[in-house]
Design a protein around this ligand. Structure first.
Ligand code: GLU
Ligand code: MG
Length: 467
């Protein structure tokens, strides 16, 4: 069971004993180093590492790191947002011992996500993991709700070709084709073994649509754990690829003009062990609360893209007719809708019914993305929002007048447009708090400025090997 409470300088009761026991177990397993990982506002995973012998010290007092990363851009340049982005100050990274895992793809290493607090022991207002923990805890307290979440991971596998930064697919053959599974057999099976050794319950892995693209889906967890897992799974995918001389990219668009990498989010709300998305009196068995939750997601979807599709490259992916969910509509099993209602197979809905949010990619900070999606859904629930008319099929087929009559809105087509929507969304900004909301705005505008005037192919190239 997750503790998910704020770290305390000096350690919470029991922390010291846990750290000592873990340190000796790790040493026995020849683990010499521990990766401490967090995701910055731009969506880049940043790390510090410590020798295993330092685990007790790090658990009690954290590890120092500048707050400057909250306003780092994907190219490692820095923008300012209030106090953030200056060379001053320090934060402490506290590993979550409950989530420490021995990395099967990187022998000798363990990994743990961190919470970041100030030197004075206070919550750091720009810590995305702390934000998500707070949103989940508040929903439990105020509404008696818990959530299940899972983030799908799509990635492109390329050959490592000298210093050339182009993408050369590591496999050929048709989408979903057996050829690809055969050609990358050793890599994928080693990946499955590594994930299993790390306790990740993989549901399926398959060759996806684009050249060299694969996808893995994992079982649902509490949102904080689901975000942690997304970071861990990507670390593992990359590490195992490196062992095979391969290069991977989770970038939203590895090349311009084709299908991109999505990071679709599956989300369901539960009360007292009962799934609210099944067995209710509303359409497709939704309860009134589940319908309102879905309606809240849709109502905030345009602003949400500033968080769920945070890179200029995200807008090369977020285009119609690519199953990326480029329209703010919902539909049962509709893969072009931003919100796909999944009812599950007859007889299994109580377990499997959920909402899939499509306009999310893997440049998104998973903690920010899940936190903001929950905030949007909960806003719908509080205001008893109802869903508009269902839209099935590809909304791209509608003329402008038809789309307007049906209330079909296209999601932002540029990052700058998404920031405009985000700035106008008081609910999201208030939930994030001024520091985090300003960091999101400043980083997104910084990214937009960084690629101003570039052709699509150059935008794809700029982010190709960042994520
Ligand atoms: N690659 C698509 C995307 O960009 C998703 C394909 C699928 O539905 O799995 O989101
Ligand atoms: Mg897919």
């Amino acid at each position: 069971m997750a503790t998910h409470t704020d770290p305390v300088p000096g350690g919470r009761p029991g922390d010291a004993e846990r750290a000592t026991a873990l340190r000796s177990q790790l040493s026995e397993r020849d683990v010499h180093g521990i990766v401490l990982a967090f995701v910055d506002t731009a969506g880049v995973t940043r790390v510090k590492t410590i020798p295993t012998a330092r685990l007790e010290q790090a658990t009690a007092w954290g590890v120092g790191m500048s707050p400057v990363f909250d306003t780092f851009l994907a190219d490692d340049s820095i923008v300012r947002a209030g106090e953030l982005g200056s060379p001053d100050g320090d934060l402490r990274l506290f590993p979550d011992l409950d989530r420490l895992v021995v990395l099967a793809g990187q022998p000798g290493w363990a990994w743990a996500p961190v919470d970041r607090i100030t030197q004075e022991g206070e919550r750091h207002p720009a810590c995305a993991r702390t934000f998500l923990r707070r949103v989940v805890a508040d929903a439990g307290r105020q509404h008696g709700l818990t959530f299940e979440a899972a983030i799908e991971i799509e990635w492109m596998i390329g050959l490592r070709s000298g210093t050339d930064d182009r993408f050369v697919p590591a496999t050929s053959g048709p989408a979903y084709g057996a050829t690809r599974q055969i050609e990358l057999s050793d890599y994928v099976v080693e990946l499955l073994a590594a994930l299993a050794a790390q306790g990740v319950d993989v549901e399926q892995v398959h060759p996806e649509y684009a050249a060299g693209q694969f996808e893995v889906s994992v079982g649902p967890l509490d949102p904080v754990d689901a975000a942690d897992r997304s970071v861990l799974v990507r670390q593992t995918i990359r590490a195992v690829a490196a062992n095979h001389g391969l290069r991977v990219s989770f970038a939203p668009a590895v090349t311009a003009g084709g299908v991109g990498n999505g990071g679709h989010v599956h989300l369901s709300a539960w009360r007292d062990g009962t799934n609210l998305h099944s067995g209710g009196s509303r359409r497709y068995g939704m309860t009134a609360e589940a319908e309102s939750f879905a309606a809240g997601l849709l109502a905030h979807m345009l602003a949400l893209t500033a968080v769920t599709a945070p890179s200029p490259a995200s807008y090369l992916r977020l285009r119609p007719s690519r199953w990326a969910g480029a329209f703010a509509v919902w539909g049962r099993e509709t893969r072009e809708a931003a919100v796909r209602v999944i009812t599950g197979t007859t007889g299994r809905g109580g377990r499997a019914a959920n909402l899939e949010v499509k306009p999310v990619d893997l440049a998104a900070n998973p903690y920010l993305a899940l936190g903001c999606l929950l905030v949007a859904g909960l806003d719908g629930l509080r205001s008893s929002m109802t869903l508009p008319q269902e839209v099935t099929g590809d909304p791209a087929r509608f003329t402008g007048a038809e789309a307007e009559a049906l209330g079909v809105r296209r999601l932002p087509t540029t990052l700058r447009e998404a920031v405009g929507e985000f700035r106008g969304d008081g609910t999201l900004r208030e939930a994030l708090g001024p520091v985090l909301a300003d960091a999101v705005t400043a980083v997104r505008l910084g990214e937009a400025d960084a690629v101003a005037g570039l052709e699509d192919e150059s935008v794809a190239a700029a982010y190709r090997w960042v994520y």
